[in-house]
Design a protein around this ligand. Structure first.
Ligand SMILES: Cc1ncc(COP(=O)(O)O)c(C=O)c1O
Length: 429
């Protein structure tokens, strides 16, 4: 009898090759330079409009220096699991600093954000509990649950332990969760709330503490997840919360126990980035200025940005192939974006996902808008006609609408810089 071959699906998988043959394949492009607002790909400079390096810290001199010093002292690997030989003092220092930053009793640092979501969710939600997630939550949240089991649990309503898990900023649509409403429901039904602040840490709130701070309800969030691969210029994932909850996760999460811990250089980068978030609040201001310019700029051109209200701005294109085409045209004009196509988004709702950084200059933004205008018109996505030129000088004087108060920001920043003293052993001012 002919035995089925597990490789058959690989042989039959032709979709990516078809897109390659059409010359519009947008994935796995090699960057040949450091991570800034511009990178070199195929020997040519391109403006990056798809990075999660929101504050530009992945190439900050102090962050790089901290990593180099850590390698000199600790070497290049932690050589084991956090549980056994792979915990170094830097891990614990970063955990204490992060917990303090987000106002929680304790935190645990996983090797990636994906690991932290999987570890925390699968550990906290046991048999007999239920988890409630949004369908637009990130894959690592969904991977952390058994969906069939979730459905079975949801169909019953009885006295279960309940965990609601939400993204603070949704990674594709760029909108912000209505956290006060989530918290209200959670409190009415005795559920716990976990917020994935992957795209909100360093971005939302007076001091960049994320979604809880943005809404002024930090203490209502039971568990905060944050990844270090975005605003923290590194890699790794934190879960912060009550001491006994973190203690439990630490001793039970398989994705923590059965994998090697974060290497010293990456932990040191996180530690330094947390300091810089406090010391250089102007980065957050610039990020929001860029966000406003681009949101208004794209809309003025006639693009549909869905419900975006953050530095993640999805530009609606339509068909998958059109999104690939648009990506290629922008790429050839020196603008590097990310197309997101179905099934990641609903059929015929493909987007060019753009995301902005504090380190984009006015000149970068102009080039990006020009490129989108030309390509959008050529592909019939936006109407013809000219666009309003942005007068950056005057717009800046008017002051950009911020999602937080500048006065509160100044006071909170001052306080947090004072607090850094206890972690770093010196005044970092
Ligand atoms: C909302 C969200 N959560 C979690 C993750 C996983 O983080 P990491 O890339 O650090 O594994 C991501 C990364 O894309 C994300 O967007």
């Amino acid at each position: 009898m002919n035995q089925p071959d597990v490789f058959t699906k690989c042989v039959k998988f032709t979709t990516a090759r078809e897109v390659m043959a059409a010359g519009v394949y947008p994935y796995f492009h090699k960057t040949e330079s450091g991570q800034g607002p511009e990178v070199v790909i195929d020997g040519k400079k391109r403006i990056v409009v798809c990075s999660n390096n929101y504050l530009g810290l992945a190439s900050h001199p102090k962050v790089k220096e901290a990593s180099i010093e850590a390698i000199k002292k600790y070497g290049t690997s932690s050589t084991g699991s956090r549980f056994l030989n792979g915990t170094i003092d830097l891990h614990e220092k970063a955990e204490r600093k992060f917990a303090h930053f987000v106002g929680k009793e304790a935190a645990i640092l996983f090797t990636t954000g994906h690991h932290s979501n999987m570890g925390a969710i699968s550990t906290i939600v046991g048999k007999g509990d239920i988890i409630l997630i949004d369908k637009l939550d990130h894959a690592s949240i969904i991977d952390g649950c058994d969906m069939a089991d979730l459905e079975r649990q949801l169909s019953k309503h009885q006295d279960k332990g309940k965990l609601i898990v939400v993204d603070g900023v949704f990674s594709m649509e760029g909108d912000i969760i209505n956290l006060p409403e989530v918290v209200r429901l959670a409190r009415s039904y005795g559920a716990r709330v976990m917020v994935d602040d992957a795209h909100s840490l360093g971005v939302l709130g007076e001091t960049g503490r994320g979604t809880g701070e943005h809404f002024g309800i930090e203490s209502e969030v039971d568990m905060i997840m944050a990844t270090a691969s975005k605003s923290l210029g590194s890699i790794g994932g934190f879960i912060a919360g009550r001491d006994e909850v973190i203690h439990y996760i630490k001793h039970n999460a398989r994705s923590l126990i059965f994998t090697a811990s974060l290497p010293p250089a990456q932990v040191a980068a996180i530690d330094a980035s947390l300091d810089i978030i406090a010391q250089e609040p102007e980065r957050r201001l610039r990020l929001w200025k860029n966000t406003r310019i681009m949101n208004e700029g794209f809309k003025a051109l006639g693009f549909d940005l869905r419900t975006s209200e953050s530095p993640i701005i999805p530009v609606t294109v339509g068909e998958n192939m059109k999104a690939f085409q648009m990506w290629r045209m922008l790429f050839d004009m020196g603008v590097f974006t990310s197309p997101v196509v179905s099934p990641a988004v609903p059929e015929n709702q493909a987007i060019i996902r753009t995301s902005f950084m504090a380190t984009h200059t006015d000149e970068h933004l102009e080039i990006i808008l020009d490129a989108f205008e030309k390509v959008g018109k050529q592909l019939g996505i936006i109407p013809g006609g000219g666009r309003r030129k942005i007068d950056y000088e005057n717009e800046a004087k008017k002051g950009w609408r911020l999602p937080f108060s500048r006065a509160k920001m100044a006071a909170a920043t001052k306080q947090w810089i004072k607090n850094l003293w206890s972690f770093n052993g010196s005044n970092t001012k």
